[in-house]
Each structure stands twice: as C-alpha cells, then as structure tokens.
Design a protein around this ligand. Structure first.
Ligand SMILES: [Zn+2]
Length: 261
C-alpha cells in the first residue's frame, strides 16, 4: 500500500471540518476525490491544483491532503478565488508501495502513463477521462485563473525545478525570483536537456512552453489557462519536498495575473 493512502480519509475529514465540499469523480471501482474550497467573496474565479499522477512522488498528494500544512497557504487565495484540489489523480498506484516499480506507480494496467493522452481521443486512463470531463465542467462554469500541478522528478535526483506554460515573461520572472530567493541554488537546477519537446530552459531551472500530451499541456495549450508545475527534489526529505511546493504556491503573483486576465 502506498503511504499516500494513510492521508486520504483523515485528510478529507479535516478538509470537511474546514468547510470544504467533497465530490467524487466515479466510474466502476474508481473514485477520485475533488476538494472544493469556496471563496469568501462571491466570485467565479477558480484556482485548480492537481497532484498524484505518479505515486512514487508522494509530496504533492500529502501536502494537498494535509490541510494542517496547506490551508494556511491557501487561505489568503480564498479572498479572491475558489480553489479546487485534486490531490490524487492516479488511483491504481495507491495499491502499491511508493518504492515499487514504475510500472505500478506511473502507468495503468494497460501500460498507459497517467500524465499522457490528456485531451486526446486515443485510449487513456479512466481517471484521465473522468478528470477531463470535470475540468471542462468547471471551465464552463468558472473563470479558471491558474493551474498548479505538483510533481517530483525521479530522474533529476535531489534537484527541483519548474515548468511554466502560457505565462508571460514578466510573470515568469516574478515566480522565478521569489523561488530563487528561498530555495538553495544547489537544489534548484534542471540538469537534463532531453525531453523538452519544443520548450526551452530559462534561468537554469524553468522549462517554458514544452509541448506534449500531459495534463499541464491540456490546461495550458488546449484550455488556455496559465499553468505552473512544481517539480520537487525527489530523494530529499518529505519536509524539504513539501517546502518546495509551498514556496512555489506562494510565488504565484495572483494580483498581477488577475489584472492581466
Ligand atoms: Zn510526475
């Protein structure tokens, strides 16, 4: 069993006590929790945060499920926006230990990666179909102002970095400077040049506008929503990885983004 499991029921119960409404996206045995936090202001703005595509990457799901850690960072955003959390996209990987093979943690039983085929008509994971449908419903009803996605990169051991899609240079620089001032340059680095898929590296730790068939490409290139990915440093402690996500969340310049939106 994946360690993330132990955070799900208590995490959801705690979010309910904080006033969140919980919806489950269901098909046969699959049930994906979506946590809706209502803005204190009447607004259609919505901020979407997703994680748990690859379940060897435990810090994103744990951070989002553990409101004792994330609520203080989200509370200020509720003053001008609703928030939806999708803490665990991949439901199959929950059955396996976070140290098990990639085949169980990153792919479904037909060998399809959980962060591929988003927005495509080819065969994809059931969870992807359910979440695409849910996001399209949200997209019709709300003004989705920003998407944040939380990952870790196991091929970049102990390094953390960012991806940014559909963000203009000014916003990218504000985020980069905020993160650079708080995370050690020893950690903040993208080493590999492969897998950039038409994107480019900025300031040594940000991949900009890479094109693929990921969730993040779906929200940015297909739906046109500014999208940021936090790749926490795989191999460092859970506290350090959660600190990375927290810093990236706090770096988002919502005031500037809402003015230019
Ligand atoms: Zn990942």
């Amino acid at each position: 069993m994946n360690v993330i499991n132990s955070y799900i029921s208590p995490g959801i119960a705690r979010w309910k006590r904080k006033g969140a409404s919980i919806k489950y996206l269901k098909k046969s045995a699959i049930s994906i929790p979506a946590i809706f936090l209502k803005s204190t202001k009447k607004t259609k703005n919505l901020f979407l945060i997703a994680s748990g595509f690859h379940l060897e990457e435990t810090s994103g799901p744990i951070y989002l499920l553990d409101s004792n850690q994330s609520y203080s960072n989200l509370k200020k955003i509720l003053k001008f926006s609703n928030i939806v959390l999708l803490p665990v996209v991949n439901q199959r990987g929950l059955k396996y230990k976070e140290t098990d093979s990639d085949n169980y943690l990153r792919y479904n039983d037909r060998g399809i990666n959980y962060n591929t085929r988003w927005g495509s008509s080819s065969e994809k994971c059931v969870e992807v179909t359910l979440i695409e449908k849910y996001i399209i419903q949200l997209f019709a009803k709300y003004n989705i102002v920003f998407v944040l996605s939380l990952h870790e990169d196991s091929t970049e051991f102990k390094k953390g970095y960012l991806w940014m899609n559909s963000l203009d240079l000014k916003i990218r620089n504000l985020i980069q400077n905020y993160v650079k001032n708080r995370i050690s340059p020893k950690i903040l680095r993208r080493l590999r040049k492969i897998g950039l898929r038409q994107g480019f590296i900025e300031n040594n730790f940000t991949i900009v506008d890479s094109k693929d068939d990921s969730f993040e490409n779906f929200t940015s290139a297909i739906l046109g929503i500014p999208t940021l990915i936090s790749e926490a440093p795989f191999g460092l402690s859970l506290t350090q990885r959660i600190f990375f996500h927290k810093t990236v969340l706090n770096s988002i310049p919502f005031k500037k983004i809402l003015n230019t939106h």
